[in-house]
Design a protein around this ligand. Sequence first.
Ligand SMILES: *Cc1c(COP(=O)(O)O)cnc(C)c1O
Length: 218
Amino acid sequence: MDVEKAYQQIKSSIPNDVTLVAVSKTKPTEQLLEAYNAGVRIFGENRVQEVVDKHEALPKDIEWHMIGHLQSKKTKYIAPFISLIHSVDSIKLLKVINKEAEKNNRVIDCLIQFHIAEEESKYGFLPNDAIELAEKINELNLKHVHIKGIMGMATFTDNTNQVQEEFRNLKQVFDLLKKNKWPHIDTLSMGMSGDYDIAIKEGSTMIRVGSKIFGSRK
Ligand SMILES: *Cc1c(COP(=O)(O)O)cnc(C)c1O
């Protein structure tokens, strides 16, 4: 698998205003460097220790995104450098991110994760709770987190109609929140290797692509 070729191919097939996050979890730093040399500056990781190590090892102009479930107690390790946390799935976590960001004199960009898939194992808030949740978050008036948008994952299935419907559902949540509670939000993170084309058709502004760039994971 040629990382550069794969990256360029995806990049040239998506609109310019859709941000491509290269999901490099489990991949060795040499492969990330290959991607870096091909122009990648945004990497997505889902483990705290791994993103800390890779941040240490690789060039400092890289934006690191946390895309997987984040335990509150581990937030302090990524707070000094993380660019965007896609996976805020509890108020408790958001408060901890705020606290750790303050310690680092930072405002950390966050996405609120919603559960749109059929599978039970995935994290996230329920779409029906969106408005109430946004009100709660607004009341907290946290000064060191910035809610930039929302994130979600579709069901892992060949049924493209189902995937499309789930993304459409997430876009509706995004529009609802933007219209009523968070007029400033601009990021809708949805779409992975197998479904980003559908996600973009449904309004995604940020896709998270791993295996299609780096090859399959064990
Ligand atoms: C692993 C992962 C991805 C990328 O998955 P691919 O199918 O390899 O593109 C995207 N989003 C999240 C949250 C992930 O954990």
